[in-house]
Design a protein around this ligand. Structure first.
Ligand code: DP6
Length: 362
């Protein structure tokens, strides 16, 4: 798979104006993407659960301009103008301009809202960039008559990746792989693919409760974080480890081995944080309450035989993962023993979802 396949052909139609709306979820990586090179290519393959509740809905309105020398757009979050979002979108537009030749021909109004609380420490870049990329693909699809559903999703994922790497894993399917892996057919570095193999029913409706330990601004932006892997003393081994963990996950997903699943997922989360602790400069992104929660989960698992486990993003919040059939007891455990470690005792119940959806588009 190469980027060239996404360069647009001449369009068949002209459109003066219109609007499209897409809703797109966040995702949580089981095997982590950490380390990238230009242009937004991952140093190792990753796999994630697509989420269901944590979503961004974006309406993209567009109208033809007189001249096409610059990008022209305005951004609104929950109805309020957000000029501080513009630089990131401008960078995104510059990166994707070569693949969407209509970008300078229109003025865009981008209206976006998230289902999860603003500044909850939950990454909105995956859901936000994937929703915007899908809206842009709806325009391309309206201008052209040659776009199949498969191509639509592939190119949307390809474009979203150029906005934020993990955003390319939010389109299609409950489990999505991004990055070339020798044992996963179709896996590639330029867009995410639906995990192509059998997944055991143990993983159906898998639950993810996000414990909001720290709702502040990210201490380390993801771009800075990924860059820390350049020249990192353990980088090579880490990339190898991710390949191996993904390899091990294939039979685990097929056979539903939850103990093996837990080992891979928790080790991945701690390896990600270990990379940050051992880079130069170094960071500790966990908070004391993150560790309290991890220890409580381990104790609970030992005492009850539960299959609950945790994973982490590049921050202090904890994603608590567990099978659907354990919902009641794990909720009780969270309420009684974990909620007190969250800011304002706040957490978000989510579960595995199925990717982006168009909303009321004609
Ligand atoms: C720790 O996708 O946010 O969540 O490509 O710079 O936008 P950029 O980074 P981003 O990195 C996410 C890293 C992670 C792990 C993961 O989601 O795989």
């Amino acid at each position: 798979m190469t980027a060239e396949q996404f360069i647009s052909k001449d369009y068949s139609f002209t459109i003066e104006k219109g609007r499209f709306t897409w809703s797109s979820p966040s995702n949580i990586a089981l095997v982590k993407y950490w380390g990238k090179r230009d242009p937004q290519l991952p140093e190792n393959p990753s796999i994630s659960f697509t989420l269901d509740n944590c979503k961004t809905t974006t309406t993209l309105s567009f109208s033809k301009k007189e001249t096409s020398s610059n990008f022209s757009f305005e951004v609104f979050l929950d109805g309020e103008k957000k000029d501080d979002f513009k630089p990131k979108i401008e960078t995104f537009f510059k990166r994707i301009e070569g693949y969407l030749p209509f970008l300078k021909a229109y003025h865009f109004k981008i209206e976006t809202s998230n289902t999860f609380p603003h500044s909850s420490g939950i990454a909105s870049s995956a859901s936000g960039m994937s929703a915007l990329a899908a809206c842009l693909m709806s325009i391309e699809s309206a201008l052209s008559n040659t776009i199949s559903n498969d191509f639509f999703i592939q190119k949307a994922s390809f474009l979203a990746r150029l906005g934020s790497g993990s955003a390319c894993r939010s389109f299609e399917g409950d489990l999505v792989v991004w990055g070339t892996h020798k044992s996963i057919v179709g896996s590639n570095n330029v867009f995410g693919i639906k995990y192509p193999y059998e997944v055991h029913k143990n993983f159906k409706n898998y639950q993810d409760t996000i414990l909001l330990v720290d709702k502040g601004e990210k201490q380390v932006s993801s771009t800075v974080g990924h860059n820390l892997m350049h020249g990192h003393p353990f980088a090579k081994e880490r990339f190898k480890q991710a390949h191996n963990n993904l390899e091990k996950l294939i039979p685990v997903l097929k056979e539903g081995h939850l103990d093996a699943f837990i080992k891979i997922v928790e080790s991945e989360a701690l390896s990600l944080h270990a990379m940050m602790m051992t880079s130069m400069p170094y960071f500790i992104l966990m908070k004391p309450n993150t560790l309290e929660i991890i220890n409580k989960i381990w104790k609970y698992r030992k005492e009850t035989g539960s299959k609950v486990c945790f994973t982490l993003d590049a921050g202090a919040n904890v994603h608590v993962l567990y099978p659907e059939q354990e919902f009641n007891q794990v909720q009780e455990f969270i309420n009684n023993e974990l909620a007190k470690y969250c800011q304002n005792e706040q957490y978000i119940n989510d579960k595995i979802g199925f990717g982006s959806k168009p909303v009321n588009n004609e």
